[in-house]
Design a protein around this ligand. Structure first.
Ligand code: BTN
Length: 237
């Protein structure tokens, strides 16, 4: 179980709810005061982006939703905060695959999901921390901090860095967030990618983000396409 007592001691002014089992922390966070944190040891209906489910193995992951005020480039800010927290907790530096995936050894180790609910933004952060393996359908694309580092990592160690990192990043202005994201991500510029779109796939090389944080992909014929949602993967992967 996550050591919630330690977290509540460390962050006495925050409302921190913990569920041994819940359908999704996203649902439980709706309507709580700004700054509230919902954690679960296990999710039975973990939500990913684009209607996917989030594999929420009991006891081994961080399944966390934080209630925030809506802000520009929030998904990008949360990705940077999660990279920073993991680096501070265990020295592992993850890559960021635009817009919301943390990557390690070419596989996904964490994901960010932001849902707007009235005047609130519910920030969902899922991190594969101590998973020893994954179901067959995820094996080729998911990894965990433990698989990478060969040892278990206390989840509280990451959480004590994550909450201040989120607080700090969401206060930054949009241009700073975009600059920090571009610095932390090998996907933003000069990367050969394939992007799944509703009407098929496009291939090209990433050429930065526009001022709103959308990804620019330059096709080999020189034309640029603005990518508004995810679906980006490294070419050849
Ligand atoms: C993604 O598809 O990459 C986003 C995954 C987000 C998963 C987290 S786990 C905590 C929170 N609760 C959920 O049901 N989803 C998010």
């Amino acid at each position: 179980m996550i050591d919630v007592v330690r977290l509540r001691d460390q962050f006495p002014d925050r409302r921190i709810e913990f569920y041994p089992e819940i359908d999704s922390t996203m649902r439980a966070a709706v309507g709580l005061p700004i700054g509230s944190v919902v954690l679960a040891d296990r999710q039975t209906a973990g939500q990913g982006r684009h209607g996917h489910t989030w594999h929420s193995e009991p006891g081994n992951g961080i399944y966390c939703s934080i209630v925030l005020e809506p802000a520009p480039a929030l998904t990008l800010a949360l990705g940077i905060a999660t990279v920073e927290a993991i680096a501070q907790a265990c020295g592992i530096v993850c890559d960021l695959r635009w817009p919301n995936d943390l990557m390690l050894d070419g596989r996904k180790v964490a994901g960010i999901l932001v849902q707007l609910s009235g005047a609130q933004a519910i920030a969902g952060i899922g991190i594969n921390v101590n998973h020893a393996e994954f179901p067959p359908d995820l094996r080729g694309e998911a990894t965990s901090l433990r698989i990478h580092q060969g040892r278990r990592i206390p989840r509280e160690e990451i959480l004590v860095h994550l909450l201040p990192a989120v607080d700090s990043l969401v206060r930054e202005d949009k241009d700073t967030i975009l600059a920090l994201f571009a610095k932390a991500s090998s996907y933003v510029a000069g990367r050969r990618v394939v992007v799944k779109q509703v009407d098929g796939e496009i291939s090209g090389t990433t050429a930065g983000m526009n001022s709103d944080g959308y990804l620019i992909v330059r096709r080999d014929d020189g034309t640029d396409t603005l990518i508004l949602a995810g679906g980006v993967r490294a070419a050849g992967s």
